[in-house]
Design a protein around this ligand. Sequence first.
Ligand code: NIG
Ligand code: FE
Length: 417
Amino acid sequence: MNVDVLITNIGELLPMNADGAVKGKAMNELEIINDAAIAIRGDHVAWIGSMAETTNIQAKKTIDADQNLVTPGLVEPHTHLVFGGSREKEMALKQQGVDYLEILEEGGGILATVNMTRKATFDELYKKARFHLDRMMMHGMTTVEAKSGYGLDYETEMKQLEVVQKLQQNHPTDLISTFLGAHAIPPEYKDDTDGFLEKMADMLPEIKEKECAEFVDIFTETGVFTVDQSRRFLQKAKDAGFRVKIHADEIDPLGGTELAVEVGAASGDHLAVASDEGIARLAQSDTIGVILPGTSFYLGKDAYAPARAMIDAGAAVAISTDFNPGSCVTENLQLIMSIAALKLKMTPAEIWHAVTVNAAHAIDRGSTAGTIAVGRQADIVIWDAPNHMYIPYHYGVNHARTVLKSGRIMYERQAIQ
Ligand code: NIG
Ligand code: FE
């Protein structure tokens, strides 16, 4: 057999192959192939087998995995990738005990980034988002969701969505675009939230026609949008042909988890303070619980999402960085895997499901991303790690050694000369 790339000497291979999202107890069951090899032809996986079977495979390039861990490229189901500026000055405010929602109410927080994003040119936003996306790929992330939501007006929301569209054309990462025009209330609509939501809903047909977003999201939170407003807005989005997501139950328990299930959202995200009822309904549904423990960590909150209760109840859980300039400033999903182990008490097997197959289902990419299987696009990471437990264990650094996207090597760790 002639192939383009042969990855040999794989200590542990995690194929993460499943029919649909992996729910409940099954998240703790991991298929591991020891002493494995993978052959790639063009952009897809041509063969998976054991080292002993590789004798009659001729490859143009062979990569020796040195008995390390090999997994699917990580899938990142929730980021705020495109924004202007940064908010490092808010860190001092947070240290003095000023609350996240208080900062927002004073016109800071999300609204500070809105100002900087409105002022930024298309090229500035593109260059900056591309830099963050490069860094994500260096950390093993080959599929990434990206939200707008720092414009809160027609021009800037479109500018953000068009930046994502251009990145979809020019960057190797598979990017999934989400319209989050309903992310905060801009000062000019302070007393007319419904009017603002109408304005954002008016954009839906054009966004659909230009195909610059696939999902629509809303921040359902105290001082932002109520559950009723969210329900109405998301219904309009569904009527316009979008799938929907919700920033739900992040800070105050408003019932956003229940709403995510009710509207058939692809995912309910955050869920830090989800109610018992919300957890029970999530477990009975096809909605993925996307948990963002880096946000609880970065905002210094005591409340971490009840991931254990969700999994024990039978839900499908994914985890994500929530990469954004305010509540979680990191592109490193591996760090979030450690926080999930330490703070959510998720097992390594559950964590790997949460950053591959389940994350892919949260963004409707279950049939293309998050799995290594014959015929699938070859999105593969070779790690500097002897096994899958090692990544959450050794925290805060980048373990990616080689990252392949659709069969091409995009990143290789360099030794210091
Ligand atoms: O997911 N919660 C709302 N939105 C983002 C934070 C955005 C920001 O602070 O800039 C989140 O945490
Ligand atoms: Fe978010």
